[in-house]
Write a protein that binds this ligand. Structure first.
Ligand code: PMP
Ligand code: GLN
Length: 383
């Protein structure tokens, strides 16, 4: 026993549901459609570029704001996709993953007592990060079953203490995406206020059905008050690299960098060098949505042979299914039982809520090899 004790900064928080379900999957030899990561190989040419960078001496600290040519390549990409070019010197910082970028953005802007509007179900790190800063999460439930935003409720929850709104599109866990109308509603909701928009766009390229990704960077009134956050790991099938980036206007980014310089300070150099070359080829990101849509469609087709009922997914790695025809158990219990008894791990959507909501739905990750998806669905047919 330790002779010292501390006050927990997160007394109500346990281990993340992703870690819990992955461990349970391993223990019961279940097929893991829980935690969001691909089980197929990443692009061989990107691996070769990393090896080349390492063998050519790119093994010391990169610039604190990120490897210059990578920031320039990202600025070009943003201009090509969203119509305006962030300044790589003052507006883009490479980070060790998107979670770190979100944490740093929130640390940059929040003072104790500030309020942040968060839509639930919400990706698991948002609320603990807000609370670590001494601020308060004000939640708005996305409207089941399509998980759309009720903008009237958002406007009603904005107060003089609202410091930020976090939006996430394409959305984890539901696969819903924000539309142009949503972005105009967001613009109107924050117009004339001091509210900052934190936009989690880690699945920006993973969007389906001919829809366009509505980035905050496409909307000048939002872009000038936003931190937009991205993850290389999620879009280039290398979640274990933990590399991402943040884009924000110069005054906000200057403060962000003050914190970053005393935390990670900089990120993995050879991978940044490789990514700079890799993303200069537009082909690498333009095909990602259709490749993943094929996975979604394949999975959906297989799942018609089960009693699970799909809800819409238009982006991300994820599809939600209702099991209301199978059981009325709470989501968490059902997900545990499914892992142990059927051998398929999923994520209960109720884990993405602070306020208990249980719609009898589970999140399935379809960024998996066809064989993995087929084997999982074979197991689900008996349910
Ligand atoms: N936001 C969302 C919505 C996510 O799904 C994830 C998980 N990858 C992250 C942020 C964190 O990304 P990273 O692994 O780059 O920290
Ligand atoms: N973003 C991943 C998911 O939603 C998990 C990453 C993590 O385990 N923190 O499954």
């Amino acid at each position: 026993m330790s002779p010292v004790s501390i006050h927990s900064k997160l007394p109500n928080v346990g281990t993340t549901i992703f870690t819990v379900m992955s461990a349970l999957a391993a223990e019961h030899k279940a097929i893991n459609l829980g935690q969001g990561f691909p089980d197929y190989a990443m692009d061989e040419s990107l691996l070769e570029l990393v090896e080349h960078a390492m063998r050519n001496g790119h093994n010391q600290y990169a610039h604190m704001n990120g490897y210059g040519p990578l920031r320039k390549a990202l600025a070009d990409k943003v201009q090509y996709l969203y119509g305006s070019r962030p300044d790589p010197e003052t507006e883009i910082t490479i980070t060790p993953g998107a979670s770190y970028a979100l944490f740093t953005a929130l640390a940059t802007i929040l003072q104790p007592g500030d309020e942040v509007i968060v839509f639930e179900p919400a990706y698991d790190c948002y609320i603990p990060q807000i609370e670590l800063m001494g601020a308060k999460a004000v939640t708005v439930n996305l409207v089941f079953p399509n998980y759309r935003i009720d903008w009237k409720e958002v406007r009603a929850k904005i107060t003089g203490r609202t410091r930020a709104i976090i939006v996430n599109t394409p959305h984890n866990p539901t696969g819903s995406v924000l539309t142009k109308d949503d972005m105009l509603e967001l613009e109107a909701a924050v117009a004339g206020s001091n509210i900052i928009v934190v936009a989690d766009e880690v699945y920006e390229h993973l969007i389906f059905d001919g829809l366009q990704h509505e980035s905050v960077l496409k909307y000048p009134p939002l872009r000038e008050r936003a931190f937009a956050v991205y993850s290389f790991g999620k879009v280039y099938d290398c979640t274990g690299w933990k590399l991402g980036y943040c884009i924000a206007p110069p005054a906000l980014m200057a403060e962000f960098r003050k914190i970053h310089q005393f935390n990670a300070f900089t990120c993995d150099t050879p991978k940044q060098v490789a990514l700079a070359d890799f993303i200069n080829n537009r082909g690498v990101f333009l095909g990602l949505g259709s490749r993943l849509q094929k996975k979604r469609d394949y999975f959906q087709q297989l799942m018609t042979g089960t009693r699970f009922r799909p809800l819409a997914s238009h982006g991300s790695y994820f599809q939600i299914y209702s099991y209301d025809a199978i059981s009325d158990e709470p989501e968490y219990d059902f997900a545990i039982r499914l892992t142990k008894e059927a051998g398929v791990a999923t994520i209960p959507v109720s884990s993405f809520y602070r306020t208990p909501v249980d719609n009898r739905v589970l999140r399935f990750c379809f960024s998996k090899r066809d064989e993995t998806l087929a084997a999982a669905v074979e197991r689900l047919k008996g349910i």
